[in-house]
Every structure is written in structure tokens, then in C-alpha cells.
Design a binder for this molecule. Structure first.
Ligand code: PEP
Length: 239
């Protein structure tokens, strides 16, 4: 069953930006004022060094990853509680760039549970490689990742990001995205927001965001500039 879910437009800045970027939410609000976007949530996940300084601009703030523990001897890591302290309300976990660095589904599961423990919402990323898609295994791979990466929690977001479409300029066709999102919807149920990610840009946003089971987007490159992020956000359906 499909229900209307509030769109979530999420920008992952990855390792881009210094303190001079902290005012970007204000720029975003200038090009797409909060009063005109009451129907959607806009989220920016900057480098953690900027999180606490990020201007309001009527946007939500998030982390890009976390450690599963609350605190401890984990050099270079940060907990969800720390991200919350710095202003985050969402945390991305299981991004393919973190999975490529060694995060297993069990790690992602523990991180998602930790995000929930801190009172934040995890955005749990899943997606197949090009080889897995070419072998006809895309749906089976994504389904297993969801089974293994999603803990027993009520409030979470899934981001379907085919690995071959991230940062490559290759976008999955709306037909491919529709098919995958329908399968994910059947697995997770009606109340979970499903984001598509992988070379989303203003030119393809409308086709992707108007699919029945696409409830928003996770955006890398096109989310660094506030004009293009605003153009993508404007493509989200109103109801
Ligand atoms: C991402 O990193 O999550 C992503 C989708 O990147 P891009 O939009 O640049 O493909």
C-alpha cells in the first residue's frame, strides 16, 4: 500500500566545505524560502567540523556517519550523541563509501540502532554494484542488505543508491528506480520514507521524485550548490 509521505531532500556534502560554507543554508533559504516549502523537509549533512556552525535557513542538519558507541577510546570517530549535540537530527549510515571502507551490514545495523538510541533518525543506505545488477541480482542484494542493516526500530529512512550511479553521472532509469522502490516498499511497509540517490540533478529530479514510492532524494555533487539543491527540492511533489 502506498501512503503520502513528506518528501525529504537530503544533501550529503561528503568531505567538502570549510567554515565559510556555514552560511549556505541562508543562501538556500534566499533562493527557496521556507514559506514556499512547507510540504517538504530539506536536510544538509555537512562535514562534522561545520555542523555546529551551520546557519539555520529553515533546513535540518545531519551527520554523515557515526560510531555505534556513546563514547570511548575510538580515535577519529564520533557518536550520534555528539552529532545531536552539534545540531543533527538525522545521521546517514551505510553509505557505499563507508561500506567500501569496511562497514558490514552488521556494523550498519549497530550504527542505525545507535542513531535511534540518541533520539535521531538514521538514513540507512543500500544499493547494488554494477556487477551485481548485470548478473540480475540487484533486488536480492538490496533486499538482503535491508534485512541485515535495519535493526528493530520504528523510525528510519532508506536511501537506495546503486553504487554504479554515485558520483558517476550515470542515473538509474525511472523504470529501474520504480521497480526497486516498489520492491523495497513491499519489504519495509508503508510508513518508511524511501530516498533515491545516484547522480540526482535538477534535470532528472522531477522524473525520479514523481515516482509513487520515491519520497525524496539523497544528493551528493548537486547538493553542494544551493541553486541546484533548490531546483531539485522544487521538483518534489506537493502532495
Ligand atoms: C551520494 O554520495 O550519496 C550521491 C548520491 O552522490 P551523487 O549525487 O554525487 O551521485
Amino acid at each position: 500500500m502506498t501512503q503520502t509521505l513528506r518528501p525529504l531532500i537530503a544533501a550529503n556534502w561528503k568531505m567538502h566545505g570549510d567554515l565559510s560554507w556555514a552560511s549556505k543554508p541562508t543562501d538556500f533559504d534566499r533562493v527557496y524560502p521556507a514559506a514556499e516549502r512547507q510540504h517538504l523537509d530539506v536536510l544538509i549533512c555537512p562535514p562534522a567540523t561545520i555542523l555546529a556552525s551551520l546557519a539555520d535557513g529553515g533546513v535540518l542538519k545531519g551527520g554523515q556517519d557515526c560510531h555505534a558507541a556513546v563514547s570511548g577510546a575510538h580515535t577519529g570517530d564520533m557518536s550520534s550523541e555528539m552529532l545531536k549535540d552539534a545540531g543533527a537530527s538525522y545521521v546517514i549510515v551505510g553509505h557505499s563509501e563507508r561500506r567500501a571502507g569496511g562497514d558490514t551490514c552488521a556494523d550498519v545495523n549497530a550504527k542505525a540502532e545507535a542513531v535511534t538510541r540518541a533520539g535521531l533518525v538514521p538514513i540507512i543506505c543500500v544499493g547494488e554494484t554494477e556487477d551485481q545488477r548485470d548478473a540480475g541480482n540487484a533486488q536480492a542484494v538490496v533486499s538482503k542488505q535491508i534485512t541485515d542493516s535495519v535493526p528493530d526500530i520504528a523510525d528510519y529512512v532508506i536511501a537506495y543508491e546503486p553504487v554504479w550511479a554515485i558520483g558517476t553521472g550515470k542515473t538509474a532509469t525511472p523504470e529501474d528506480v520504480d521497480e526497486m522502490h516498489n520492491a523495497i516498499r513491499a519489504q519495509v511497509g508503508a510508513g518508511v520514507r524511501l530516498l533515491y540517490g545516484g547522480s540526482v540533478k535538477p534535470a532528472n529530479a522531477k522524473d525520479l521524485l514523481s515516482l509513487a514510492n520515491v519520497n525524496g532524494a539523497l544528493i551528493g555533487g548537486a547538493g553542494l550548490e544551493m541553486d541546484s539543491l533548490a531546483d531539485i527540492a522544487r521538483a518534489a511533489p506537493k502532495a
